[in-house]
Each structure stands twice: as C-alpha cells, then as structure tokens.
Design a protein around this ligand. Sequence first.
Ligand code: SF4
Length: 699
Amino acid sequence: MANPVKTTCPYCGVGCGVLATRTKEGKIQIAGDPEHPANFGKLCSKGGALAETLDLEDRLLLPEVSCQKVGWSAALQAAADGLSAVREEHGPDAIGFYVSGQLLTEDYYVANKLMKGFIGSGNIDTNSRLCMSSSVAGHKRAFGSDTVPGNYEDWDQADLVVLVGSNAAWCHPILFQRLRHARETRGAKLVVIDPRRTASCDSADLHLALKPGTDVRLFNGLLAHLAAQDCQDSNFVARHTHGMADALASARADAPDIAHLAQACGLSLKDITAFFDLFATTEKTLTVYSQGVNQSSQGTDKVNAILNCHLYTGRIGRPGMGPFSITGQPNAMGGREVGGLANTLAAHMEFDDVSRDRLSRFWDTKTVASAPGLKAIDMFRAVHEGKIRAIWIMGTNPAASLPDATFVRDALEKCDLVIVSDVMENTDTLKYAHIAFPARAWGEKDGTVTNSERRISRQRAFLPAPGDARPDWWIISQVARRMGFAEAFPYETPADIFREHAALSALENDGRRDFDLSGLKDMDTDSYDALAPVQWPVSPAHPTGRKRLFDDGYFFTDDQRARLIAVSCRPPVHTPDKAYPLILNSGRLRDQWHTMTRTGKASRLNAHQDEPALALHPLDAELYDLGANGFAKVSSRWGTLLVRVQITPDQTPGQVFLPIHWTDSHAARAVTGCLVNPATDPLSGQPELKHTPVKVEKW
Ligand code: SF4
C-alpha cells in the first residue's frame, strides 16, 4: 500500500481529516485521520462511504460550448469574449457569479478577485448565503467582525449544550458524537430546541418543540430571566459591552412573563422553566445553532438574541462556553474569508474607502467594486429582469436548491449567457448552460478549506485528473487572462494563491481586523503542501493559531466593545392560512449531501432512505386522508410536487418536513426548492427555507 494522503472530507462544516490510501490493487481506501483535531480518526456514514463515490459515471469531462464538445482554448475564449461583451455593453453590474461552499479557498479567492477587483462589480454571491449568512450578519452586529469565538474542545468541556435549530446527530455527526461522549462520561446536559423531534433529541435531557418563528421571543425571555435571577456578569458587561439596557428593555417587552412566553412559544411552563434554570445555573454553557436559526426572515435577530444571552453572562471566549455557529458546508467559512459574499470584500474587509483603497493598491487595479453586489435571491431576480445578462455558476445547482426554483429556471432560460463549472454532466442547472467547464472533483484537486471552528485544513489530490477536468482556480484565471487581466492572474499553483490571500490579510492589519494569516504569507510551496490543520488567526502574536477569540474581552468594533442588540420577535413573512394551512420545513437526511451527486453513488447511503418522503403527524395524515406509504400532492404558492407520505409522531401537528436532496435528475423527481418561498432576512439576505405555507392532498 502507498502512504496515505491526508485530506479533508468534502461534506459538512465539521471538516474531518481523512486518510486516502491506494492499495496494491489500485483501489482507494478511506479512513479517518487520527491526528486531525476535528475528528481524531472518526468518520460518519457519509465520510466512511467516500471510497464508493469516486467513479467517473456521469462526470463532465470535456468543455462544451452550445452543447458541443470543444477544446479548452475555444471554451475559455468564448467565456471571456461573452463576459467582456456584456461588461462593455451593459456595464460590470450586468455580470453575476454564483459560487459555492464546495469551492476551495483558492478557487473562491480568484473568483472574488476577478469579479470585485477587475470586472468591477460586487455581484459575486455564494450558496453559503443559504447556509450561514444570518450568523455572519449577527456576528458583525455584536462583535464588529464575522468571528466564531470558540473551538471544538468547547464541545467536550461544556456542562450544558443548547442545540438550537440543528439536528447535529445527522448533519454534524462527528461533533454530535463528542457531545454524546461528554454527556455519557461527564454528565453534561443537552437541551434541543427544534420544532421537530429529531435524532438529536434521542440523546437530549430536554427537547423544546418550540413554535416555528418564536426563537427571538424565547431567547428574549431567557435574557429577561437571567436578569431576574441576577446572572449578569457585571464586570464583563460594564468593561466590554454596550447596549445592555436597550436589549434588556426589548427582551422584557417581548416576554413580560414566563407563562405568556410559554404559551407564545408553544411550550409547557415546566419545560421552559427547566431550560431557563439550567442556563442560569450552568457557567459552562455552549449554545450551538445552525440552519433552523439562520434560514429565517428573522435569522439575524435570532442570532443576536442568542449572542445577547452570552454577552450578558460573560460566557464567551472561555473554555466550554460561548455561542457557536456550525456551518453546513465544508468551506462556507473559507468563502467568507476571501469575500465570497456579495456584501464583503476579501480578508473580512468591508466596502469602505480605506479597504477599497487597500485592495486597489494590493491588486494593482483601478476597478475595485464600489458597492456591495446582489445577494443570491436578488441576483437571480436581476437575471429574470434582464439586469444581469451573464451569469457564471460554479459548483452549485441553483435550479434545484434555491427557493422558488421554477423562477430560477425561468431566469436562466432567459439569460443571454450562462456559464456553468461543475464536476457532473447531468445537473438541473447544467441544462441551461451555454458554456460548460469540467471542474476537478474532491480527490483530484488541491487547496484549503476552513471548518466551523476557523480551522484551515488542506484538501489534497490522491487521484489522477480525469478527462480534461481542471481546477476551478485555473479555469477562472484563464478566463481572466483572456479578458485582458493576465498580469493579475499569473498563478501556477494553489500555493501561489494562498500566499497572496495570506499577504492580503496581513496588509496594514494592526490587529483590528480579526482575519489575519500573516504567519503563513511567506510559506514556501513545500510548507504549503505539508500545512497541518491550524486555526486562524495565525500571526506573530499567535504563530500556531488561536484557539479562542475574545478571551481578552476585546472585540473588533471601533471601541473594541461588543454590542448587545435590541431585538423583538416578528412572525415569518408568509404565515399559514386557510388555503395553505401547514408549515413546510426543509432540510437534510443523515446519509445524503446536497443534490446527491456524490452520496447518491453509494448504495449503502441510499439504503437509509431511498426516495423523498413528506413527513407529517398522524393527526394530519388522518385529517387529509393520507395513508402510510401512499402519495400526496404538496402545493405552495410557488409550486407543486408529488411525493410519498411518511407518517411520524416526530412531527408536530400542522408542520410537515421534506428533504432537500432529490432533483429532476433522479428517478423520484421531487424538487423541494420549487415549493419553497423566496422571502429573505432583510439584513443577511438568507432565505426562509424553514417556513413555507403549504397544503397537502391525497394523490
Ligand atoms: Fe464528513 Fe461531516 Fe461526516 Fe465529518 S461529520 S465525516 S466532515 S460529513
């Protein structure tokens, strides 16, 4: 057997280390990396089945223009000419890039540089908008920066973990195993706050099945309770925060007494009291939150309602405590670092004059975007309206995964120029492509990803590149060169790009910007190849990375104090009514990932659930005359689909659940995105994927 190649799992934001070994027979064996601090050798069902997903069936292996296979030169020139013509005729804002948390940081960096630095528009956004942009907005409001304060050791050390809007047992399984271990060996307590009873509840001491959309009220009630119980860390609040009085006044107005609060949140007085008392009396409390919080028209306020409780008690930046956003995708965090969101610049800089000037000098360009671009939902609206005339989609499948997916398909149908970079040839989005670029897949490409605890890890190639597939950074750089920007895109290796990314983070960084890789900017290529997992910032003050931020009480606001934010509960944008009386929630299954292009290849993963199914409570099944394993027609104001029925007491009456994985390219066509409403959070732009009014009928 050859020496194992150390790489990182391509699925969730836990970012587990993986060992890939080629056997004498030429097969690839996959195992967990015992030295990686995210997983210490463990892998979940998806990671453990990676070796079964490496075949080339359905791979896109040659560039195409107008559905004709062509050489690279012709395809790259067609893309460059098309983008340049749109820019010339309609201006830079007539171009959009929609990218992905599946891209490596180096790919992301180059895409962002081309759009924001040289095309000259802010119009690059990412499917991470659907994943954690509410956390980003909440972090920035409270901390002055998009910083996750803690690390995974906090999961081992907490005495109480509050899991909000997350089925970590299925969606972040290796982290959840750490929680279970802490519970079994140390007696740590687990509270799950989720409208559904999920697998995570099996290990919980308390499950609060709160009414959808009432999270802000619940955490406002908690803040008021903490004040009533005299749990304020007065020293921390006085020295390191602002806004406490206003936040507390809002909390008290939202939740004047616990009995009414319980009723408003659909909870029993006993359960809500038990939760509040546990939180109030447990110093080492970690509040972990994910898509149930973020994917909401009030996602940012929900995040800040949680952060308020930690700032009020001073439980942040210390072992075993703090708020903890867990990201869905393997590189959602890396994308944030390089400006993959339309409203930020590279290296966590904002669209202010100082940052724009810094970028202009660093990139030697006069065309740095002057304003934030369009966020995902608005970007596809602009395509539909003809304001964006050319869109380049990389490593994601918006025709299936965005809300109101039928509208997105219409938009792509109308668009003058659709360029798609992907590894698969049969995605729903690729059908609309005028130009298709075959990208290299996991195992074939090199670069870095950043996981939910700010840890940068290497993804390393261990397979030969198939066909004419190329790394995304190479494809983007080649198009950039043909658009006339050759000097700015000279990269030969991902190490060249990483060094530039690190140098930019260090430029004029006096410690007032959280993202700092100055300690890595002079790495030679051998050191980059050998880079061990490390948590940013990596700077002279923290040469081996930094486990926790805010341990010194200093934040990244102008006055270095955190902000408690006054928030009030408001209902979701679209509420159930007579025509659409049920609330549709959407999410992941344990053994599938996104639109199943990789996990769908592994038969053992398909065995867990081999087709989409609408989960609903027995009372609703009776009300709508639906039998187990029968079929239902599910309709919303945005679309209709037919799907099998799964009756389960885990659902609350009045609420139904659909998985997000199946698309038109699967035998069981069921594009959940076609049902989902496109309402967004006004601050983060994150869509309300967890709350769409629907009706169900027997079919
Ligand atoms: Fe991969 Fe996430 Fe499973 Fe780890 S927990 S093996 S990163 S899918």
